[in-house]
Design a binder for this molecule. Structure first.
Ligand code: ACO
Ligand code: ZN
Length: 447
């Protein structure tokens, strides 16, 4: 069995580490990077004197909604909210475990914890959500409000408060804890709506080639003896060294595409799972060896997008993350757009990691051009050269403070020293797409 993979933690987000305290001396605490905080209204601190928060340490089992400090894998205590509870199978009357959300972290770190991980002296009783919302909004500073608004724009702009709550209620507890895929056992990050017959499974076994999933290891072993696929279905449109990209038409390979969506949803939070895979093309990136082509990640793309989206969902499987594959997939999506003669943009909302990856890619591509270019260059020209949508160019350059608004128009101000500093901060370039190895024609309806 290969390595067990846990969600990695962004550490370069420019946000301060979440507050924590040591209840006992930290063990190896320094090795664990801080996860990227997820900013939601419920994360905002309300003063201790607030009447709605009484210490109720003695009441068991703890109510759903209770806020308490919880010992995390870094051995430090962090604030959590109890999302769900369940009786321990062999436990006594009051033996429960609790599904908690670390209020400063992304939902992918939600987990079941035992009572002994909770600091019961810090228990605050469950607060009525509606009252809490009101209190929170009253106590928000202007800075906090702006932070939420920004998150809203970047993260969930198509989800209003009600649908966000509905989404979180429906998907609040991860259903599948781990999956086996090829040589990897992978811990999942989010809920995925597998068919009801899989409701009682904590682990699923995927065939790494056809992506069929099974409840038991023996079923997978039997399947592997029969399955004759050694690579994704569809057309191989790119091969360079050991890397291959396959294009799969969701209409022609419906079951494969649906399986891929179930799998991907385990690592994608705010993405609708499209059952209507007919409307999408899927680009699956593989590392190939003599045993076959092993999926590394993928992106999907609408066959026709009115909003000029050139990518719907993107995923690098956790064992392959932080190796440059994400930037390769992003670069690939723009190479397809260039071949189509269109500009493109990723579908929103972007996840925290999605935004980091796109920002890194946009920064590198744009600053590389600005560094080499002599004389003035407009956003339209940059967009024509890169297939990056003008709005994304503008927001990237604005966030780097390289844009000034003079006499009614945006002007790019690119001091070479400033460019170098930004380029250094933008991280590694990722794996290069060798366009000469791409053999592809844009999708045409075959009616
Ligand atoms: N911590 C800090 N920075 C990170 C992290 C992390 N865990 N992951 C990515 N980044 C940033 C870094 O700047 C990194 O560049 P660097 O390694 O040179 O510093 C850059 O993003 C991209 O790194 P890659 O190695 O090229 O990307 P990766 O293969 O890890 O894939 C991806 C990025 C696809 C976003 C991956 O994290 C993923 O699959 N996440 C889960 C699914 C998801 O959130 N998808 C995006 C949803 S939005 C949409 O689909 C339109
Ligand atoms: Zn198979």
């Amino acid at each position: 069995m290969g390595s067990s993979v846990t969600p990695s933690n962004p550490e370069t987000n420019g946000t301060a580490s979440p507050p924590s305290y040591h209840k006992s001396p930290a063990k190896n605490g320094d090795d664990v990077p801080s996860p990227l905080p997820a900013v939601t209204a419920s994360d905002l601190t309300i003063s201790e004197s607030d009447a709605s928060k009484n210490r109720k340490g003695g009441v068991f089992p703890l109510e759903v909604g209770t806020r308490v400090m919880c010992r995390w894998r870094d051995s430090k205590y962090h604030p959590v909210k109890v999302i769900e509870r369940r009786k321990l199978y062999h436990g006594s009357q009051n033996d429960y475990e609790y599904y908690v959300h670390y209020t400063e972290f992304n939902r992918r770190l939600d987990e079941w914890v035992k009572l002994e991980q909770l600091d019961l002296d810090s228990v605050e009783c469950a607060v009525d959500e509606k009252v809490e919302d009101k209190v929170t909004s009253l106590k928000m500073t202007r800075h906090q409000k702006r932070k939420i608004d920004e998150t809203h724009v970047e993260g969930h702009e198509e989800l209003d408060a009600a649908s966000l709550r509905e989404h979180e209620e429906f998907t609040k507890v991860k259903n599948i804890a781990t999956i086996e895929l090829g040589k990897y056992e992978i811990e999942t990050w989010y809920f995925s709506p597998f068919p009801p017959e899989y409701n009682d499974c904590v682990k699923l076994y995927f065939c790494e080639f056809c992506l069929n999933f099974m409840k038991r290891k023996e079923q997978l072993q039997r399947h592997m003896r029969k399955c004759d696929l050694k690579h994704p279905p569809g057309d191989e449109i790119y091969r360079s060294g050991t890397l291959s990209m396959f294009e799969i038409d969701g209409k022609k390979n419906k079951v494969y595409a649906q399986n891929l969506c179930y799998l991907a949803k385990l690592f994608l939070d705010h993405k609708t799972l499209y059952y209507d895979v007919d409307l999408f093309l899927f680009y699956v990136l593989c590392e190939c060896d003599d045993r076959g082509c092993h999926m590394v990640g993928y992106f999907s793309k609408e066959k026709h997008s009115e909003e000029s989206y050139n990518l719907a969902c993107i995923l690098t499987l956790p064992p392959y993350q932080r190796k440059g594959y994400g930037k390769f997939l992003i670069a690939f999506s723009y190479e397809l757009s260039k071949k189509e003669g269109k500009v493109g943009t990723p579908e929103r909302p972007l996840s925290d990691l999605g935004l980091l990856s796109y920002r890194g890619y946009w920064t590198r591509v744009l600053l590389d051009i600005l560094k080499k270019h002599k004389g003035n260059i407009s956003i339209k020209e940059l967009s024509d050269m890169t297939a990056i949508k003008a709005e994304d160019i503008l927001s990237t350059l604005q966030s780097l403070e390289l844009i000034q608004y003079r006499k009614g128009q945006h002007v790019i101000c690119a001091d070479p020293k400033v460019l170098d500093r930004h380029l250094k901060a933008a991280g590694r370039g990722g794996l290069e797409v060798d366009v000469s190895k791409l053999i592809w024609t844009p999708y045409k309806d075959q009616t």
